[in-house]
Write a protein that binds this ligand. Structure first.
Ligand SMILES: [Zn+2]
Length: 162
């Protein structure tokens, strides 16, 4: 999937979660966007890969594309690492939600992801789409609408409280 689709995916996931939690929605969304971009550090052409070319090259050399950084192991590592260095639950939650949204979206592409890395099975949905194709545009638009809806709900709730 394209970077923009991942960004909206991360926003949608964190806003959806914000509906059922008391965590600060802005921090959830901010962390959600970072989390949604993070797995593609393994890919030099991605948004985050271009921002951190050296780290990106290293991860790509070590693990290849869509393996470690697209696995449950990575999710666990991020959770443990965040707990150790930034013990701020809301931020970590947003980050993890963003990463999970990235995995789900990439499972919808033909290449799939190595979710159970180091086991080399590729995991993908029975129906997959082409990255950057027409269907991705539809998914992108759908996610935009969903996040607008969730965002609206949250703003209304905030107005209600004050
Ligand atoms: Zn990816």
């Amino acid at each position: 999937m394209l970077g923009n689709t991942h960004i909206v995916g991360g926003i949608t996931a964190s806003l959806a979660f914000a509906q059922i939690s008391n965590d600060n929605p802005l921090i959830l969304v901010g962390a959600g966007v970072i989390g949604a971009l993070l797995p593609d550090i393994c890919h030099g052409g991605s948004k985050i890969g271009r921002a951190f070319p050296i780290s990106s090259k290293m991860v790509n050399k070590l693990f290849g594309h869509r393996s470690f950084t697209h696995s449950l192991l990575f999710l666990l590592c991020v959770a443990l690492l965040m707990n150790a260095i930034v013990p701020y639950k809301t931020f970590t939650l947003g980050l993890l939600l963003g990463i999970i949204s990235h995995f789900i979206l990439d499972m919808g592409t033909r290449q799939g992801i190595k979710l159970f890395f180091p086991i080399k099975i590729r995991v993908r949905f029975p129906l997959t789409i082409k990255t950057g194709g027409k269907v991705e545009q539809v998914i992108f638009a759908g996610l935009c609408l969903l996040s607008l809806y969730f965002g609206y709900e949250i703003i209304m709730e905030m107005v209600d409280i004050t």
